[in-house]
Design a protein around this ligand. Structure first.
Ligand SMILES: [Zn+2]
Length: 437
């Protein structure tokens, strides 16, 4: 009898502890006090308090009239600027040079997150590995951004031969994995998209050698099953305009646009078979670049279609070759003037010793080369990134009820885009990742 009472007492004590704990969690408010909000949707709001409760932004309000109880965690941030968590809309974990969970991968994750990159879109990797890494991040084992990933589609020839993909299919074969699939007329579209969804991916990615009619069928079914449809802007044999008309949500890479120019040597418009990355690059740059025109009426038609369908361009602009970059710049300036929406993807990782992720180079290149204004590039790197991934209702801007993914900057990035590097601290899902840690 005595024993039973003792156990009852212990159970009551544990219950009490549990309740006080959960109470302290529910009262867990963080206030970012007296900041200037740049909200990711072109709004600039000085003298604001951001209230974070748990993982969400619970309230935004003017600073002046509020004092807060001592028990609440208040960050006095007068003179600081807050932007939404940044989104790199084009990364490849495989490009980190490894195809295993490793220190190098985790070092890059850390670099992304502590500099404000809170979400990334992975554009064709090993779904087993990405899901594993995502889990490590989600349960707090390692710091990193949330990773949203794709299932890759290519011609049967590509699936058979692609050497890079073989590294994403280690232990099995390209033909067997669900994260790399053949696309061809007459394929079982519904089953294929269901297999894609089963990997945990949030989108499909059309890589190369897929007929535009098949792309349209894949997009339609992907949308029905709640996935996004992502594509290279040119996949061959069709032109970019056909890809956009196939109703994909995002198109990748600026280089694809040159294939809309009717002056591209027609003999090069052959069905694209893909045996290696290098071979693809050679097929892409076939002729004298000075013949190509960014203001060709056919190119304008492409941009009009993108605007009509709200297709986002993940341009991955920041490349080293100055000749190509000069050409691409003209294509992007024209698109930007007409009103095409951009996201900011990198496609490359910089030197591991570089203190900032390559996303910062992409952001600065787009502004410094006159393609986007400071305000527009912030929108591209936040809200448009969320649109590209399909998480815009919960991420990508600073609004009440949205996920508390925030970057605190000491200097105004609208005055000088390099100030986007003045990161003081970062919040992801309401949890702080302080830069000096
Ligand atoms: Zn890529």
């Amino acid at each position: 009898m005595k024993k039973t009472k003792f156990y009852l007492f212990i159970v009551l004590c544990l219950n009490f502890l549990h309740e006080t704990n959960s109470q302290s969690v529910s009262n867990d408010l963080i206030i970012l006090r007296n900041v200037t909000i740049i909200d990711g949707r072109n709004n600039f709001m000085p003298n604001m308090d951001i209230l974070i409760k748990g993982s969400k932004i619970s309230s935004l309000r003017k600073s002046e009239n509020h004092s807060y109880a001592d028990s609440i965690q208040v960050y006095n941030l007068s003179g600081k600027f807050v932007i939404p968590g940044l989104i790199d809309s084009h990364v490849h974990l495989g490009q980190l040079g490894i195809h295993e969970s490793s220190d190098r991968t985790h070092q890059e994750f850390r670099k992304w997150l502590y500099n404000g990159v809170t979400s990334v879109r992975e554009m064709s990797g090993d779904a087993r590995l990405i899901a594993y890494e995502n889990r490590l991040i989600a349960i707090g084992k390692i710091p990193g951004p949330d990773i949203y990933y794709s299932v890759n589609y290519g011609s049967p020839d590509m699936v058979k031969k692609d050497l890079r993909q073989k590294k994403q299919s280690l232990g099995t074969t390209n033909e067997k994995v669900s994260w790399f699939q053949e696309a061809y007329p007459g394929m079982d579209i519904i089953r294929s998209i269901a297999r894609a969804k089963g990997t945990g991916a949030t989108g499909i990615k059309i890589y190369a050698g897929v007929d535009a009619k098949v792309i349209a069928q894949l997009s339609e079914e992907a949308h029905k099953q709640g996935l996004k449809s992502w594509s290279h802007l040119t996949v061959f044999p069709d032109r970019p305009l056909d890809v956009v008309k196939a109703n994909v949500d995002v198109v990748s890479h600026v280089w694809g646009a040159i294939w809309q120019d009717p002056d591209v040597d027609p003999s090069l418009k052959v069905p694209f078979t893909h045996t290696s990355f290098q071979e693809a690059r050679n097929a892409i740059f076939p002729q004298d670049l000075s013949l190509l025109n960014a203001d060709d009426p056919q190119v304008a038609l492409l941009y009009e279609e993108m605007i009509k369908r709200q297709t986002i361009w993940d341009a991955t602009y920041n490349i080293k070759s100055s000749e190509k970059r000069n050409l691409y710049k003209k294509f992007l300036v024209e698109a930007s003037k007409m009103g095409v929406s951009f996201s900011t993807g990198t496609d490359i990782h910089n030197d591991p010793e570089s203190p900032f992720p390559s996303l910062f180079d992409e952001i600065e290149a787009l502004v410094n080369d006159g393609i986007l204004s400071e305000a527009k590039v912030i929108e591209a790197a936040t809200f448009h990134g969320a649109l590209a991934i399909g998480i815009e209702s919960t991420h990508g801007s600073i609004e009440e009820g949205k996920t508390a993914n925030l970057v605190v900057l000491s200097k105004n990035p609208l005055e000088n885009i390099e100030n986007i590097r003045s990161v003081v601290t970062v919040f992801k899902n309401g949890k702080e990742y302080k830069k000096s840690e």
